[in-house]
Design a protein around this ligand. Structure first.
Ligand code: GLA
Length: 366
């Protein structure tokens, strides 16, 4: 606890002397980061002061995914998630739950009976209900918003053929929202996905949200993951996507923001976490540092994106980065393992990058 107090004091001192993200955007949107276990257990002396100083909302990188929180048919594993929530409360943050129903990082047993046969629709619905009631119920009034369903759509706008969809059909999404709302009627509920900036997938998501609302689902916002590239999405795509959801009367959150500066490799244009390719020297051009021109281009890219977000500040309520420092990012291992990537606002030493300053500047120019 003493170490924690010292870290928080250091963070507070830093916050007094330098501008912070959460203050720069106060009144526009919350600014957050996905935090890993070492961070919320206060074992990361580099990351924790940054989190405490800069962000007013957190998301859990892994500990609330099904395989972590509910690894066995007969057992939940709440200890890490409890510490995640306690960390958010200590720092007075808006705490996000991620995620209840997803095809990935979900154990195979979820979809099978004791003999390994596919569950019936009724049995899977009961299992989903039990999971959502137990997890959302445990953190009722403490976790403020939940990613209820993650990534239900394919790139062409058809429904992803996940085990959820195969066994339950299209209404698995509606059911998940119903169960989540029952478990905590005050919690914000979100549909979260990637590549919604691409038209076929966006159109399908708009239809999906329209249907959910028409059927009476309590849905607060659509989460655009925001796993961006230097040249994708275009600012027009970004803007049109936010507008398309705003027109339905839902809010938009940017939920997993990062900008990949490395060359595309095989299967790059997807955030599907199952897609990885082998690395080559050409695919990892900056192993010892980012050249200044790329650093500046990244700063400009971030500023361009934030200008679009600021223009849509009536619709956007939260912008969350997927990680704190470049060293923490999943993009060092995706879609190619063992690369050195630079997708966030803080470098491997925890120092703010030119992109940080550029983002802060956008708030001042609004
Ligand atoms: C997806 C998921 C996140 C995370 C990221 C990358 O976008 O929603 O939980 O796994 O991929 O790490």
């Amino acid at each position: 606890m003493k170490a924690l107090t010292l870290l928080l004091l250091a963070a507070a001192a830093q916050a007094e002397t330098t501008p912070t993200l959460k203050d720069a955007f106060r009144g526009m949107f919350r600014i957050g980061a996905a935090v890993n276990q070492a961070q919320f257990e206060v074992r990361d002396p580099r990351g924790v002061p940054i989190i405490a100083a800069q962000f007013n909302t957190i998301s859990p990188e892994n500990v609330l995914k099904w395989e972590s929180v509910h690894p066995r048919r007969d057992g939940y594993n709440f200890d890490p998630a409890d510490r995640y929530v306690a960390f958010g409360e200590t720092n007075k943050m808006f705490i996000i739950g991620h995620c209840l129903v997803w095809h990935s990082q979900t154990p195979r047993w979820v979809f099978e009976d004791a003999d390994g046969k596919p569950l019936t629709r009724d049995a899977l619905l009961e299992r989903m209900h039990d999971h959502i009631r137990t997890v959302v119920g445990r953190y009722k009034g403490r976790i403020a918003g939940w990613d209820v369903v993650n990534e239900a759509l394919n790139e062409d706008g058809t429904m992803r053929q996940s085990p959820w969809h195969r066994i339950l059909g299209d209404d698995f999404i509606m059911k998940a929202f119903q169960f989540a709302h029952e478990a905590d009627p005050q919690a914000e509920l979100y549909y979260n996905d990637y590549n919604l900036e691409n038209e076929p997938k966006r159109k399908a998501a708009v239809e999906l949200i329209r249907r959910l609302k028409a059927a009476g689902a309590f849905i607060t916002a659509v989460g655009l993951q925001g796993h961006d590239k230097m040249d994708w999405p275009t600012l027009e795509q970004q803007s049109a996507t936010i507008d398309a959801f705003a027109a339905l009367g839902v809010k938009v959150n940017i939920t997993e923001l990062d900008v990949d500066v490395l060359p595309r490799t095989q299967r790059q244009n997807t955030a599907d976490v199952s897609a990885t390719a082998a690395g080559t020297a050409a695919s990892n051009p900056y192993p010892v540092g980012l050249p200044d021109e790329v650093q500046q281009a990244l700063a400009k890219r971030y500023a361009d994106l934030f200008r679009v977000f600021i223009n849509h500040r009536d619709t956007i309520t939260r912008i969350t980065f997927w990680g704190v420092t470049d060293g923490d990012s999943w993009l060092n291992n995706f879609p190619t393992r063992g690369r050195t990537n630079y997708p966030l606002l803080f470098d491997r030493q925890g120092k703010p990058k030119p992109a940080f300053d550029a983002v802060i500047q956008t708030a001042r120019q609004k």
